[in-house]
Ligand binder design. Sequence first.
Ligand code: RB5
Length: 152
Amino acid sequence: MKGDCFKKMIVIGSDHGGFELKTAIKGYLEEKGYNITDCGVFTPDSVDYPDIAGQVCTKLLSDKAEFGILICGTGIGISIAANKIKGIRAALLCSTYSAKMAREHNNANVICFGGRTTTFEQAKQMLDAFLNAKFQAGRHKIRVDKIMEMEE
Ligand code: RB5
């Protein structure tokens, strides 16, 4: 498909609570032609979600990836952990509307899902809404800049 070779990298990771959904999302994005870097987990064995948040966010920032995807059981713990990392704006998605707004208004660079609260079908719809949206800048940039200044 035209333009596919220009698709940037997406970094993905989950704990055991998001392992199944991560595997499904990864396949969905690869089918769409995205270049996916998978930071694990690669088995359903129990791990600590802050470790995965750290790995995905570090990779995202160092490789200047387009965005990151994090999944734990609810998406709550992993989004809280990601938002502790400088440069990260992680949004826990719960609808196609929030997915669209996460990009248009908040310029989120990480989106989070709950593997135990979100079906693959719902996640695909939210992903598409996020992928098709664009940061609207303007007054939203002023607000996002204020968030980023809070890191200083
Ligand atoms: C792991 O059992 C669970 O606590 C984790 O996946 C997540 O839901 C935390 O917010």
